[in-house]
Design a protein. Structure first.
Length: 113
């Protein structure tokens, strides 16, 4: 075997080893890790909405400046307004303590001892 063929074979074997390690099954996520992942996904989605809102505002500002500079009237094309996503609201995490107060008996109101 030539040196080039040896190098190709070595690279192929190393690639197969890496694929074997990468395809190993990971253990399932804990409930806390799932909740953190959901929270991260929710916050990322909100950040994307904020970025789109800011981009929309910047585009409107540039378009208005361009039309003012050129002295042209605003075109009659219907463009949807920029929608503000509002402040970030964290997800409500369901825990084992939710609903505990509902399961406990309510003391009789005004009962004499």
């Amino acid at each position: 075997m030539s040196k080039i063929q040896m190098n190709k074979l070595l690279i192929a074997v190393m690639g197969l080893m890496v694929m074997g390690v990468a395809s190993a099954k990971l253990p399932p996520l804990s409930d806390e890790a799932k909740a953190k992942a959901d929270e991260t996904k929710n916050k990322t989605a909100w950040s994307d909405k904020v970025a789109a809102y800011q981009l929309c505002q910047a585009q409107d500002k540039v378009a208005a400046s361009y039309l003012k500079q050129k002295g042209k009237p605003k075109p009659a094309v219907e463009v949807p307004a920029c929608t503000n996503p509002g402040p970030y609201v964290a997800l409500q995490v369901a825990t084992s303590t939710v609903g505990v107060a509902d399961s406990k008996p309510v003391p009789a109101a005004g009962a004499k001892k």
